[in-house]
Design a protein around this ligand. Structure first.
Ligand code: PRP
Length: 207
């Protein structure tokens, strides 16, 4: 599994805002949206393109069209915080949703939604899940996608824990993880340390 850490001053500044416990919900949402643009930019680096030609006001110019846009799968809820950037940067993409909540007692992922098409026929997929903690939620989503014939799978995260990355690596389900940082460890509740808290709650509240 390839790991790409987006190490850039502008990404680091946004991540700092996300980590800060005094950041209010609106600012948190905006910072995640802006950071998502950078993560998705990197996650899409190897997309295949086909040549097109356009006419500029001065003459003909060579350009490209994305030939095979990936399916995008936000893992609910927190994955929605990364979704807007994909829609802006890859407007031709299709979206399927996987809903999974980590049981905070057992730490096991409990699925509650799945709108993934039955046959993905080698389609590449961007899986959006800001927090890769134990990796159980991302593995659950990627297992569904693999079972349905997905091609290249990229996990797009804001933060990853070393334990979660090891787990994901051991499953062999994921081809690539793009993240803004790899943090120190998980705590006894399997929260990422130092992390940013509960991304879903900080984006959407505790309702
Ligand atoms: C959080 C987070 C990830 C998952 C990470 O979601 O957004 O999806 O936990 O933990 P894991 O790697 O140990 O599985 P949560 O289950 O709290 O749901 P939410 O997104 O609705 O807040």
């Amino acid at each position: 599994m390839e790991l790409h850490v987006v190490d850039h001053p502008l990404a680091a500044r946004l991540l700092t805002r996300l980590r800060d416990e005094t950041t209010d919900r609106a600012t948190f949402r905006l910072a995640m949206d802006e950071l998502a643009g950078m993560l998705v930019y990197e996650a899409c680096r190897n997309l295949s393109v086909e040549p097109v030609e356009v006419t500029t006001p001065i003459g003909r110019a060579a350009g490209v069209r994305i030939s095979d846009p990936p399916l995008v799968v936000p893992v609910l809820r927190a994955g929605l915080g990364l979704h807007g950037a994909v829609l802006r940067l890859l407007p031709e993409t299709e979206t399927a949703f996987i809903g999974v909540a980590r049981n905070e007692a057992t730490l096991q992922p409990e699925p509650y939604m799945n709108s993934v098409p039955a046959d993905l026929s080698g389609r590449s997929v961007l899986v959006l899940d800001p927090m890769l903690a134990t990796g159980g939620s991302l593995a659950h989503a990627c297992r569904i996608l693999r079972d349905r014939g997905a091609g290249h799978l990229t996990g797009v995260c804001v933060l990853a824990a070393p334990e979660g990355l090891d787990h994901i690596r051991s499953t062999g389900l994921v081809d690539r993880v793009v993240t803004a940082a790899v943090d120190e460890r998980l705590d006894e509740r399997a929260f990422i340390v130092p992390g940013l808290g509960d991304a879903g709650d900080r984006l959407f509240g505790t309702a």
